[in-house]
Design a protein around this ligand. Structure first.
Ligand code: CMX
Ligand code: CO
Length: 167
């Protein structure tokens, strides 16, 4: 019965299902790093995710450069990124005013952010960032304009090298 499966058994099943799907060797997006949601009240959103999906906060960070306070909730090997704006004139603040709470962007994990940016520029994608910026957890990130992929804002994420220590 699914409900009585141990966490490890569930993980194996998910892994097998993903690995059975062929992926081109030169794919830039390796995995979903996170799906980001704009929320007006971070504590209330964290409480809802805990109550309804039983997710817990894996990481919290205030990212002044992006104008957000974030909470990351682990889902498998990816995250739900809850984003609360630091002010109304920040990207997430403007989004909340115009569109209300909801999906703000999708983050794709890439092996090399420089290579991914160069390849996407060459393929004609409209970039917001030509160079990587600092993201949370020591990641390096860059944004691709919503117009490039049919609507959603896209973020490219390069994980910190294993063994490196970031705040
Ligand atoms: N997804 C899809 N469309 C979006 C959007 C989003 N997240 N944010 C804004 N838009 C749309 C708006 O709805 C608007 O569309 P219309 O012209 O059809 O009304 C258009 O883009 C312009 O909106 P705006 O409010 O005037 O916003 P700006 O053009 O000033 O900026 C954007 C939009 C995407 C370029 C800007 O938000 C940006 O540079 N974002 C990247 C940085 C960021 O989002 N940081 C926060 C997250 C940090 C993190 O994940 O760590
Ligand atoms: Co993000």
């Amino acid at each position: 019965m699914a409900a009585t499966l141990a966490a490890s058994e569930h993980a194996v099943t998910v892994c097998w299902a993903v690995m059975s799907i062929p992926v081109p060797g030169d794919a830039l997006a390796l995995a979903f790093d996170h799906v980001a949601f704009a929320v007006p009240d971070l504590e209330a959103a964290i409480a809802e995710y805990g109550k309804h999906l039983r997710l817990v906060v894996a990481h919290r960070e205030r990212i002044e450069e992006q104008g957000v306070e974030e909470a990351l909730l682990a889902v498998g090997g990816s995250f739900v990124q809850l984003l609360c704006p630091l002010g109304p004139e920040t990207p997430v603040g403007k989004f909340l005013t115009k569109r209300g709470p909801g999906i703000h962007h999708v983050g794709y994990r890439v092996a090399s952010i420089e290579q991914a940016l160069a390849a996407m520029k060459a393929s004609g994608a409209r970039l917001i960032d030509e160079k990587p910026r600092r993201g949370s957890r020591g990641t390096r990130i860059a944004f691709v304009h919503p117009a490039a992929l049919g609507g959603p804002l896209v973020e490219l994420v390069e994980e910190p090298a294993e063994g490196s220590h970031h705040g």
